[in-house]
Ligand binder design. Structure first.
Ligand code: NIG
Ligand code: FE
Length: 407
């Protein structure tokens, strides 16, 4: 048993009350045992039985649930700094993709990387993320696009999960784009994804979700529907990169196919918002991608007002979002998406957990959930997001273990 005392404010992020309700407890303490939370409340009410337990002192700081980055493309080869400059000079993301850059250039570099080297690189990224308070990361494949490399990426994620520090949720994104060797033969690539890869991945439990990039230049609605319905039949969860560059009915398809989340959504239609609300699909907003590509942000206010849960994630990848700094994405969600700091915190905790099917075990500080939390050097949630420090997180606890810092 361990206890964290002297918490200035504990933002529990329990479910009731919607996006802005983070259910803070002032002057709080948390007790945990065997990796799970066993008591939460005001320190003055800590049961005497916990009084003798060795304890840590939060120094009167803010404590939040371990942050969840519910959308990343963590494993990839190389970088694409050249495209960063090309976009500054006026080329669009779509133009760069059409002229041989973009996703396929990362695919070439990822295919050339050995499994061990990918694991080491990802460990470096995760290590940096943990130091900002992150304890759970969703990780997509999608830079292999052939059988061998896609499986290698999913094995990398399995090894990262076995490291036992960050909780990893693997997603198969074979439908990222059609790889160059299949460009004249889309149907064969669809068959590889639908008839070969998805059954294999489901059988070997290599991924929990199947994701599709629904976009002109990637996969159209009809192709995406076929992939997502096959994933559903095989018992895999569904996610979509939807309505990012154009409004193409991706949000509506997410609702139709019972997806857990639809992500990006900068160009979502009002009908798409209504359909997502009805079907309970989580909207994953990716403010770093919107900002790096100089796109308008998604209409988060309309979504929240319509009853859609809005999560916030980094989209970490070498093209549209070359940063894994979730607290920066959170600050941008406030300023660009007009979400309040409590709304953003719920979007990176409980609603992010919902976006990856982990609401029962993570995303809030409640008895029975995993002891994942972060001690933040701020007096409250608003001050944290307003005063953007290089790193406000002074300690991260994952599964009951201190994985970063000390107080
Ligand atoms: O989420 N939109 C599609 N995929 C990624 C970007 C991938 C890349 O540019 O390499 C995204 O933004
Ligand atoms: Fe993405």
């Amino acid at each position: 048993m361990q206890v964290l005392r002297n918490i200035g404010v504990l933002a529990t992020c329990r479910a009731p009350g919607g996006q802005a309700a983070i259910h803070p407890i002032p002057g709080a303490a948390i007790a945990w045992e065997n990796g799970n939370i066993v008591w939460v409340g005001r320190e003055s009410e800590l049961p005497p039985a916990h009084g003798e337990t060795p304890s840590q002192d939060a120094g009167g700081r803010l404590v939040v649930p371990g942050l969840i980055d519910c959308h990343t493309h963590l494993a990839f080869g190389g970088w694409r700094a050249d495209e960063f400059t090309q976009r500054i000079e006026g080329k669009s993301y779509a133009e760069i993709g059409r002229s041989g850059g973009g996703i396929v250039s990362t695919v070439a570099r990822t295919r050339g990387m050995a499994e061990d080297a990918l694991v080491e690189r990802c460990r470096g990224f995760l290590n940096a993320m943990v130091r900002t308070g992150v304890t759970t990361v969703e990780c997509k494949s999608g830079y292999g696009l052939d059988r061998e490399t896609e499986l290698r990426l999913l094995r990398v994620y399995r090894r990262l999960q076995e490291d036992g520090i960050v909780s990893i949720i693997p997603t198969y994104l074979g439908a990222h784009v059609v790889p160059p060797e299949f460009r004249e033969n889309r149907e064969s690539y669809l068959s590889l994804v639908i008839d070969e890869m998805l059954p294999l991945i489901a059988r070997e439990k290599l991924a929990e979700f199947c994701d599709v990039f629904v976009e002109a230049g990637a996969f159209n609605i009809e192709e995406s529907r076929r992939i997502l319905l096959r994933a559903r039949d095989l018992g895999l969860g569904r996610k979509l990169h939807a309505d990012q560059l154009t409004s193409g009915g991706g949000a509506e398809l997410a609702a139709e196919t019972g997806a857990t989340s639809a992500d990006h959504l900068e160009c979502i239609s009002s009908q798409g918002i209504a359909r997502m609300a009805e079907a309970g699909v989580v909207a994953v907003s990716l403010p770093l991608a919107s900002l790096y590509l100089n796109h308008k942000p998604l209409p988060a206010r309309d979504m929240i007002d319509t009853g859609v849960a809005v999560a916030v994630a980094t989209d970490f990848n070498p093209g549209s979002a070359p940063s894994h700094h979730l607290p920066m994405a959170m600050m941008l969600a406030c300023t660009q998406q007009r979400m309040t700091p409590p709304e953003v915190l719920k979007g990176t905790t409980l609603y992010a957990a919902r976006a990856i099917g982990r609401e029962r075990v993570a995303g809030s500080i409640e008895v029975g959930k995993r002891a994942d939390f972060a001690v933040i050097d701020a007096s409250d949630v608003t001050e944290w997001m307003y005063y953007f420090q290089s790193n406000a997180c002074v300690m991260t606890v994952a599964g009951g273990e201190v994985v970063w810092g000390e107080v």
